[in-house]
Each structure stands twice: as C-alpha cells, then as structure tokens.
Design a protein around this ligand. Structure first.
Ligand SMILES: Nc1ncnc2c1ncn2[C@@H]1O[C@H](COP(=O)(O)OP(=O)(O)O)[C@@H](O)[C@H]1O
Ligand SMILES: [Mg+2]
Length: 286
C-alpha cells in the first residue's frame, strides 16, 4: 500500500532536525505517527526512501525526478523528460522495471526486459498506465546512463558502519547491462560485473579524471547514508545503486538495505568482499 509521510510527520522531522540528538530524534519519529503501530519500523520502499533523501538540498540534485505513478504524473513526466522509468516501489532485482520513450508526437516505445513495442494510440497507453497505476509503481526521469560497448552501466556503492562509528564506503563495482537491456541487474539482464575503473576507462568518461569522479561518488553515497540512517537506526549496511550519466554527473538510483555482498565475489580483487564481510561479524543489536 502507498505509505504517506504525513504533514504531521514532516513537522516532526524538521523540529527534530533542529535538535541535534539523533537517538531521541529517531525514537520520537518512530513513535510519533498516530496511524503507525509503535513497534513497526518505517517503510523501506523506494518511494519512502526517495522522499526522505529529496529533503536534503545537497542530495536532491542527484536524484532523478520521481513521482507516484498516476495517469496525470505519467503525462506530465513523459512530456517533460521524453524518457521515463516505471518501477514497483517495493520490488528488487530489476523486476517490473520498464522504460517508456516518446519517439514522436504519437509514438511511444515501451521496453520491458529486452522486448520493445510501440504504442501509437494514446488510448492504448492510457490503458497500459492505468493497469500499472493500480499496482504501487513510481515513475522516474530516465537518466542517460554512461555506456560500455553501448551497454548502460551503473554502480553498486557499499556504505557500512560499525556501532558508534561513522559511515564508510567499503566497496564499489560497476554493473553493465546485458545486451538489449536497460536494467543493469546482473541476473535479470545477464549483465556483467566489472571494476569501476574498468567501466570508466571503457566509457565516454575516460577523458575525465577517474579520481575526481570517484570522490564525488563517495561523497554523495556517504551523504545519502547519513540522511537515511536516523530513520532506519538498525541498518548498518547500505548498497546504493548509483550512476554516472554521459556527462559524468552522479545520480542515486536507489538505496538497498539488504544488498548481496556476493556480487563482489565476481570481481578479481576479493579484498572489498572480505572487508565488507568483516562489518557483518559480531553484529550488535541483532
Ligand atoms: N531513473 C533511472 N534512470 C536510468 N536507469 C534506471 C533508472 N531507474 C532504474 N534504472 C535501471 O534499472 C535498474 C533497476 O532499477 P532499481 O531502481 O535499482 O530497482 P531494483 O530494486 O529492481 O534493482 C537500475 O540498476 C538501473 O540500471
Ligand atoms: Mg537496484
């Protein structure tokens, strides 16, 4: 079900942000909603995390514009961005992620998996969106991802912390989409994991300084983790899907709280995997 951050909750967020005491802040936040059972945790859907992240002006510039899918938001966004992504708010693995591109005034190309089809009638498209809108989807501006051999890639950036220690970036890799896919999820698209350095060197971004791109990536990843952490105090590992567009700008696609560390075993260098594992040992509060 679509879960709202109510106005009263938002008031609490701002009030509590003024009080620099995250423990107290989280307790009050989690217990403040009239509707929410105090024992239930804050919703971890893509939509809820997006709404928390976009409240930071530093982060909002790195977030693709996103809305809850409705017929009205669809027409507004497709007109504005020409290429959009629709995806379930509570899903993972690239399931249900589709792309719609406006080709000309009456033709829209829909890509689902590796399959593409054209709709040339608004009524066809309206019926399609109506069906999707009934199923808790969000709609997002599609970021023109940088490519390796014409295949889009994005990055998995792992951010972790130990109890009472700051967040650290403990590993990153690039996921290159399988042939014909726009999602980079490895299983779904039969994609390929490569090192971030390899992806950058083999993309149009090779003319830019990799060190600068990566430090910008780490900075945004840490800011995102720090922004979400107070609302999800039990989370110690975040796997953030991030991307560079063709101009080298950094984007946050989604933040995962239960990322698969095993993805890192696909890299030749296993040191990141072992480092990440070490954070999972002797997990407190579990
Ligand atoms: N706004 C977007 N712009 C470009 N590509 C996107 C966008 N949203 C999703 N994708 C592609 O689809 C993949 C899956 O989307 P994601 O939001 O990570 O959902 P999931 O939980 O299914 O992994 C991403 O890793 C990325 O390759
Ligand atoms: Mg993902």
């Amino acid at each position: 079900m679509k879960q709202k951050l109510t106005t009263s909750n938002l008031k609490w967020f701002s009030l509590m942000n003024a009080i620099n005491c995250s423990g107290l802040k989280n307790m009050i936040l989690l217990f403040s909603s009239k509707k929410r059972n105090p024992m239930t945790k804050l919703n971890t859907s893509k939509w809820t995390k997006y709404k928390l992240l976009r409240k930071s002006s530093k982060l909002s510039v790195h977030l693709p514009k996103t809305a809850w899918l409705r017929k009205s938001s669809f027409w507004r966004m497709i007109k504005k961005y020409r290429e959009i992504i629709i995806k379930p708010t509570g899903s993972y693995g690239g399931n249900g992620v589709i792309r719609i591109k406006k080709m000309d005034s009456s033709t829209y190309e829909i890509q689902d998996g590796a399959k593409k089809k054209n709709f040339t009638e608004h009524t066809q498209l309206n019926a399609y969106i109506k069906k999707k809108a009934g199923k808790n989807n969000i709609i997002q501006q599609r970021i023109p991802l940088a490519t390796v051999n014409d295949r889009p890639f994005d990055l998995r950036v792992m951010v972790q912390r130990r109890l009472n220690s700051p967040w650290e970036v403990t590993g990153k890799l690039a996921k290159v989409a399988g042939k014909g896919f726009i999602v980079t999820n490895i299983r779904m698209s039969s994609g390929k994991v490569v090192s971030v350095e390899h992806a950058l060197k083999n993309s149009a971004l090779k003319t830019m300084r990799a060190a600068d791109l990566l430090s910008q990536l780490d900075k945004v990843a840490l800011q995102a983790a720090q922004k979400l952490a107070p609302f999800y105090p039990w989370v110690r590992t975040m796997g953030i899907d991030m991307a560079f567009d063709k101009e080298g700008n950094v984007w946050i696609i989604e933040v995962n709280f239960a990322p698969m560390l095993e993805l890192f075993l696909k890299l030749k260098d296993k040191s990141m995997f072992h480092k990440m594992k070490s954070f999972h040992k002797n997990k407190p509060n579990k």
